[in-house]
Design a protein around this ligand. Structure first.
Ligand code: CS2
Length: 475
């Protein structure tokens, strides 16, 4: 496998990486990991960690697309090889990552079943977006969601291929069971609290509704690993493709740009083995919750706040929004509330180093060379706020404090939902209907879509209502 890490500053052309398909073909690692959700983040994160493990030669990834089949085509044309551009404040460095050995259109469910049922396959990793788990406000699989119900009907009739990522996974797990290929680990890499349990609930919920024996097999054979994942990875642009060509001298139609920072915390069992991800800095812990909360509240919470407040104030990227004092103050206040619930017993003995983490986030968000678009972060807010704002709001109120900074994130989202030209959300229709109401009733109706218990609290409805309109655009 050809992996080279090269800082272009001051290096000769000979030391630059190449997309060398010949070399790759000669030393391709065997498929032992199947991934669902072949997007930029998967490539800058799990694919990169796998390529950096000392046993990388034993661990190839077959990666299936979710929403963008063309991503498989572009990557397959390069034999799975791609350039990772690490974009620091001071310049770019380039590496060719060779851990993805097969890039497949997610609609190819037969290939998925074939690979998941191969005895060599030990791990299924997932980056399918928070909303894809179709977990309702009660934490359970929403079997009434139209796509879930559609997949269940297809599975039951045996006449068609499921179309949701989780439906496809359950179909492939049934094939593994039939093949007698034994246990494996499902590793959820989406930004959800207790994401292993969320993945378990979604998979078990679908399996149970389809075939109780499969559900029992999943229970006995599939380990659901929880993880906290982190690496800011904006969408690749044409300019990024040109930058790789200019610096490295070859055409890569599918590079990925990411910040230099990266983090992976994992907790759970790998019954069929795993790569030595710790060689690349991954950390394995017994209790993941404090790490998850630190990441989801401080990083992702601030992201969502900036996405809604920032766009209402006319900004486009994270760095631009953070440079706006009104947005920065809101972020700092939210961090104060979150921090109060990450220390002491909440840290569960983990050394979370919150002040350093906050300082590092300010630096990471201010990296103006990473054009991280607020519109990308703003998507799927009804699902994201359940993890990013609600827990902090509830924890603050449980201690007799107002939770006003967390409530401000929710108010900014409600304002944004009414003002945005495009409002991309699994509950977009329901939110639009709720927005037709007036005053407190409107706020209550929107809140109920995120968390019915919170919506039933008059004091929260009043608090959020009073914070609407906090971020009018500057004249
Ligand atoms: C972002 C995340 O789009 C979003 O919701 O908050 O994708 C964020 O960039 C990553 O979690 C960073 O690790």
């Amino acid at each position: 496998m050809s992996i080279e890490q090269t800082d272009v500053t001051g290096k000769t052309a000979e030391s630059l990486p190449q997309l060398d398909r010949t070399l790759h073909a000669a030393a391709k690692p065997p498929v032992r990991i199947v991934h669902l959700g072949l997007g930029a983040f998967h490539r800058s994160h799990q694919a990169w960690y796998t390529s950096q493990a000392s046993d990388a030669a034993d661990w190839g990834i077959a990666s299936f697309t979710g929403r963008r089949p063309d991503a498989a085509l572009a990557l397959a044309e390069q034999d799975g090889l791609f350039t990772l551009v690490e974009r620091a404040d001071g310049g770019d460095s380039f590496a060719v990552v060779g851990s993805i050995v097969e890039a497949v259109d997610g609609a190819d469910v037969q290939r998925l079943a074939e690979l998941v049922s191969a005895p060599a396959t030990s791990i299924v990793t997932l980056t399918v977006t928070e909303a894809a788990y179709r977990i309702g406000a009660d934490g359970q699989l929403d079997t009434t969601a139209s796509d879930v119900a559609g997949d269940l009907a297809l599975l039951a009739s045996g006449s068609g291929n499921p179309s949701t990522p989780l439906g496809r996974l359950v179909f492939a797990l049934a094939a593994r069971r039939a093949a007698g290929a034994g246990p494996l680990a499902v590793v959820c890499c989406d930004n959800l609290a207790d994401n292993g349990t969320v993945a378990r609930n979604a998979v078990a919920g679908l399996a149970q509704a389809w075939d109780a024996e499969l559900a029992a097999w999943v229970e006995a054979n599939v380990s659901f690993v929880s993880t906290s994942v982190d690496r800011i990875t904006p969408r690749t642009t044409e300019a990024d493709i040109a930058a790789v060509e200019a610096a490295c001298g070859y055409r890569d139609n599918s590079p990925v740009v990411a910040e230099p920072f990266t983090n992976w915390v994992l907790s759970g069992d790998f019954p069929a083995g795993r790569p030595r991800w710790e060689d690349a800095g991954a950390v394995f812990v017994d209790h993941i919750e404090p790490y998850e909360n630190r990441k989801l509240w401080l990083l992702n919470g601030a992201h969502s706040l900036l996405a809604y407040a920032g766009q209402l104030r006319g900004h486009t990227t994270v760095a631009q929004a953070l440079a706006d004092p009104q947005c920065l103050i809101a972020v700092e206040s939210f961090w104060d509330e979150a921090e109060a619930n990450l220390s002491g017993a909440a840290a569960g003995g983990a050394d979370l180093q919150i002040p350093a983490y906050r300082a590092a986030l300010l630096a990471r968000f201010s990296n103006a060379r990473i054009a991280h678009h607020l519109a990308q972060i703003a998507m799927d807010g009804s699902t994201k706020l359940r993890m990013r704002a609600m827990p902090v709001l509830l924890a603050e109120r449980a201690q007799g404090r107002s939770g006003a900074a967390a409530a401000l994130m929710i108010a900014a989202w409600i304002d944004f939902s009414a003002a945005a030209e495009t409002f991309h959300d699994p509950l977009a229709t329901e939110v639009a209907a709720a927005n037709q109401l007036e005053g407190a009733e409107r706020v209550r109706a929107v809140l109920a879509l995120v968390d019915p218990a919170v919506a039933a609290d008059d004091a929260v409805v009043e608090l959020v209502s009073g914070l609407l309109g906090t971020f009018p655009a500057d004249a």
